[in-house]
Design a binder for this molecule. Structure first.
Ligand code: FPP
Length: 227
């Protein structure tokens, strides 16, 4: 019998779409489209190997600084995925949650997000899609919420007010594309996460690359500050 996957929660910084497209003489938007296919492939595979929580960084609060046509293309892709891939995932047993700030999206878009969340709320496995997400913004809004509720500012109360609550913290954060930084992703939740960096560009990400990240995780010695 295969050993159970030791990773309960995996998170991905899906980097390298633009470079992947450039290498092929194609526009960046093409890289995002292929990146979205990789996203489907990877999320599906994580479920197959028994990972209960997957979080992906799809659009950051800083990504609005990109050229307008690129932002538009990502929004268009996302809209398509709302009625296609996300819905299929929901039907296949994933609970879809959108994490991030929704203030910049129009009402119809938010309504679609909420519908998907409602329709999939009974599913056990979780897919968190970070969209217009920033780790600092998340911590700030959590602190404000705690204060508004008249509660004490404790680590426990802040954790419970994060967008990702009540998901456990990620065990493993994978960043593709060769950069070694966290880029404002899951800042609070990554306190004890293992980090894995690979040069693979996101659109090239396949099952074997997930296996390699999990294999590296198996070799880590997690001490949580202890000895
Ligand atoms: C980073 O690559 C990628 C993004 C900012 C967008 C991520 C979006 C996707 C992978 C598509 C997922 C879509 C859905 C529907 C979930 P980059 O553009 O920064 O690449 P570069 O570093 O090579 O320029």
């Amino acid at each position: 019998m295969a050993t159970p996957c030791p990773v309960r929660h995996i998170a991905f910084i899906m980097d390298g779409n633009g470079r992947w497209a450039k290498k092929r003489g194609m526009p960046r938007e093409y890289g995002h489209r292929e990146g979205a296919k990789a996203f489907q492939r990877v999320v599906e595979y994580c479920g197959e190997i028994g990972i209960a929580y997957v979080t992906v960084y799809a659009f950051s609060t800083e990504n609005w600084k990109r050229p307008e046509h690129e932002v538009k293309a990502i929004m268009q892709l996302f809209t398509e995925y709302m009625s296609e891939a996300f819905r299929v995932f929901a039907e296949k047993g994933l609970r879809i949650r959108f994490i991030g700030n929704r203030d910049r999206f129009d009402a119809d878009f938010v309504a679609e997000m909420e519908k998907l969340e409602r329709d999939s709320a009974g599913n056990e496995k979780v897919l968190n899609v970070a969209f217009n997400y920033g780790g600092r913004e998340e911590i700030l809004q959590a602190a404000c919420r705690v204060q508004k509720q008249g509660k004490e500012l404790t680590e426990e109360n802040i954790s419970a007010a994060l967008y990702t609550a009540p998901c456990p913290e990620p065990d493993l954060i994978v960043r593709t594309g060769g950069e070694m930084r966290i880029s404002n992703f899951l800042l609070w939740q990554s306190a004890y996460a293992e980090l894995y960096f690979t040069d693979t560009l996101w659109p090239d990400m396949r099952e074997k690359d997930v296996d390699a990240a999990v294999a590296a995780f198996r070799k880590r010695n997690r001490r949580y500050g202890g000895v």
